[in-house]
Each structure stands twice: as C-alpha cells, then as structure tokens.
Design a protein around this ligand. Structure first.
Ligand code: URA
Length: 205
C-alpha cells in the first residue's frame, strides 16, 4: 500500500480538522467508512481520553464511544463521578475498519500503517484542545501517543513522562478488552480499570 502523507497544514479549528479528516485517504480504510469520527468534548478539557477507532455505531453516528465500549466507559465514569462531558474523547484512528460478513460489518483492528497514517489527526487535535494530560485506552492509543509499542498490562495505571510536549500519558485497558473477558474475570478487571481511571482523573504525579 502506498501511503500518502495524512494531514498537510495544521487545521485552524476542530471544525476544519473534522472536514479534513473526513476527506482523508492517506490509508485505504477512509474510502469504505461512512464518515470520519473525530473527538468530542470541551475545547479546553483537562484530560483527553484516546481510544482505538470508531466501531460500527460510531461510524454511523459520527460520534466516538456511543456503542457497547462507550456504554461501559460511561458506566465507569458515572461510578467515579467523572462527567463524560468534562473530558475530550478521541480516537487514534478516525475511520471504522471492518470486514463484511454477510451484511454485518465486523470490526477489524487497525494496523500499524493505518494508525501511523492517522496519527497526525490526533496530534492536531491535541494541539487544538491543549489537554493537560492524556489517557490511552488500549495498545493502539498507547502506541500512537508514546511512539513505541506498549505492553498495556505491564505499564498501565501510572503516569508516563515520555512525550516531547511534556504531556503525561496514563495507559489503561480499552473497554472492549473488558467486554471480551470471560464473565468470571470481569468484576476484578473492572475494579482495577476503575482504579486506573480514578488515577487518570487525579492530578498528574
Ligand atoms: N472503540 C473505540 O476505540 N473508540 C470508539 O469510539 C468506539 C469504540
């Protein structure tokens, strides 16, 4: 696959970013998705939470985290008394990657090439929102934010100070990882995830 450079000049606003990401064909998945799904939240949110890519429902709605993974994130944030509306929710990859099985669009994990091609959009979003700190939900977001591969279980739940822009990054599980766990393992994993998210909300240490 020949990758074109994703974002040319930096968009001046989130609206401009949305339009430019929508038209992006720097990797092959943009042409198949309904629309680009950019982040949402307050312009000066203290925390930006970053997921992997829109799923089926996000692709149709044009909003991040509205499907099953988003519902679990909503539940966790509600339990922590952390309003979803107070954070900026974004994704590492802007377009839904899927494989057709009959009529169903089955989620396919974005590859490194797609994540790399898409990374400038998240970079522009960080520049525009200027969050104090970043929270990576899962390995794709962690890799995009830290520029290296990350073993989520080994590095989760503490602030990592590695980014050139000085923003600390806290890595934790993607909500979909929790949904995939066998039922018996879920409650303990969920409690640990809540603890990570509580830390992500607290002042950076
Ligand atoms: N999973 C993600 O990583 N992001 C979304 O927006 C939805 C599901």
């Amino acid at each position: 696959i020949h990758l074109l450079p994703a974002a040319g000049s930096a968009p001046a606003s989130l609206e401009e970013l949305r339009a430019a990401a929508h038209a992006c064909r720097a990797c092959p998945i943009g042409a198949l998705a309904t629309q680009a799904v950019c982040g949402e939240g307050p312009r000066a949110a203290a925390r930006m939470l970053v997921g992997e890519q829109p799923g089926d429902q996000e692709d149709l709605a044009g909003r991040p985290f509205v499907g099953p993974a988003g519902q679990l994130l909503d539940r966790a944030m509600a339990e922590l008394g952390w309003p979803r509306e107070s954070v900026y929710l974004a994704n590492a990859v802007r377009h839904f990657k899927f494989e057709l099985r009959g009529k169903r669009r089955m989620h396919k994990t974005a590859g490194q090439r797609e994540a790399l091609a898409c990374a400038p959009w998240l970079g522009h979003e960080i520049d525009l929102v200027q969050p104090q700190a970043l929270v990576a939900l899962g390995a794709t977001a962690a890799r995009t934010l830290l520029g290296r591969s990350v073993a989520v279980q080994a590095e989760r739940g503490r602030w990592l100070h590695e980014r050139a822009d000085g923003r600390a990054v806290l890595v934790t599980l993607h909500p979909s990882a929790l949904l995939r766990l066998p039922e018996a393992h879920r409650p303990a994993a969920y409690r640990q995830w809540l603890a990570d998210l509580a830390l992500a909300r607290a002042p950076v240490a």
